[in-house]
Design a protein around this ligand. Sequence first.
Ligand code: AGP
Length: 599
Amino acid sequence: MCGIIGYIGQKKISPILINGLKKLEYRGYDSAGICVLENGGLTIIKKTGRIEELAKSPELKNVNGAIGIAHTRWATHGEPNEQNAHPHLDCEQKIAIVHNGIIENYQALRELLIKEGHKISSETDSEVLAHLIEKFYKGDLLKAVKETLALVDGAYGMAVIHKDQDKIVVARKGSPLIIGVGEGEMFVASDVPAILEHTKKVIYLNDDEIAVIGQNDYQITNLAGEKLDNKIEEIKWSVEQMEKKGYKHFMLKEIFEQPESISNTLRGRIKDGKIKLSIDFDIKEIKKIVITACGTSWHSALIGKYLLESIAEISTEVDYASEFRYRQPIVTKNDLAIVISQSGETADTLAALREAKQRGAKSLGIINVVGSTISREVDSGIYLHAGPEIGVASTKAFTSQVVALLLLTLYIRQEKGIALDKELLEDLADIPEKIDQALHRAEEVKEIAQKFKDIKNFLYLGRGLNFPVALEGALKLKEISYIHAEGYPAAEIKHGPIALIDENMPVVFIATKNSLSEKIISNMEEVKARQGVVIALVSDSDERIEKIADYIIKVPEVRNELSAIVNSIPLQLLAYYIADLRGLDVDKPRNLAKSVTVE
Ligand code: AGP
């Protein structure tokens, strides 16, 4: 995600743009820039780092103009640096654009433009938009933007200005964009918090809509040119509420963002029955995989092991990064070291990566933060595109990691010449819908959380892919509610943990339908026989467990390979509601940091 704001009016423009960006910092914050139309030209200032770096630029003081656009970046293509920061200009520096989204066919467009003599200076996908508009511009900015968008595949929320035009043109497809209606001034932005201090009157653009914004007026049309009359909405929320989109915490917002974040992880990576990943080495030569990570990322690594061995038929080890880095691991040039890290800055994971590389392994990162240290040290990688994850407890990054691991698994299978299961690809493409269904059961989960919020200990049990899901569910509860919880392979309880079972030790069973269902029912009966209290995640169509368990959380039925993604949703919600009911700081739990950059 990135944040965009634009202004056209008579007030001092730089504070409006900079303060607007600050309200959008939750959408991305690795670099930022502004472009203002003044003295018959475009003044552009861009800085790497947080928006504060841009705000401190001395050049800002002299900026005066009536029209301007600004952008805070969450890198998807190209590292965070000034060159890649937005706004981007055309060759003649007459046009400036800011863009939020992903241009899937940017490589082809880039080659076309370079062939036609355009000098493209950044590594970003977004810059091609500025050059395409230049290519088509004959005096009508709206027409040039329309002709540009006709060539673009992908998602955009964009704003464009031209040095000879007293307007801003904006367009939306797949990334949010709003118009703010002021008195003798107009605003455009990715989201309401950026402009709420100036106006509560906003117009939401819909996909495939385009607008021309003047100081006192605006005109919205569809790409066919038909005039539209979108309603002016009156915003009732505070800025604080808007940043969280009305959710009480960023963590809850991010849990509910997962249909969108997973759609972004999948975007452009399943096409015509094939998996499209840009892996910069011949992956079919790899003999063994070792996955190393920490915390929640280590849980997704465990899921990756089950997937890689059962689908890609490749031997896979998983190790805590903090252990791997010191244990003299047997890793050779025939091996692939996969490092998983949301932040891309975790010290143990970075050290483990360096250890594996030193021993000759190829390396691949599964990372959310573009341009992070680990992303710059791996040989190749898969970015999650899940957007910034603000809550310390990882939720949307985790499910996107699992999706990325499944894409990698299928890619390896494909490269080894083994046929892909078409239905699995279709079901994977549909997984955001299943997650949405799981999220619709949040109220049922909240009722269960109400009953268990004062419990002191929990056990989480699962088998197969649901064993790492049990570990992750236990960690979520521990880290935000401070309740002790342990995850175990369900069959393991008879080797010790069953001694803990009594009416004060509730057991969460991840018992959705799979080849091990009969076994997990036996484990559930063992717990019930000892007065244990059972909370069971069950597939929609499973009545049998309802007769055994004390509490049921229904989960949409999906095939086994996808079950870890959907089954994690109610466990995230259970942890969240228990912690919130306990009145704890869910987004910033005690003793924890979002990224552990020390040993
Ligand atoms: C997850 O909820 C925790 N915040 C923590 O375990 C985290 O997964 C771990 O610190 C690894 O972080 P990374 O993915 O950024 O490397």
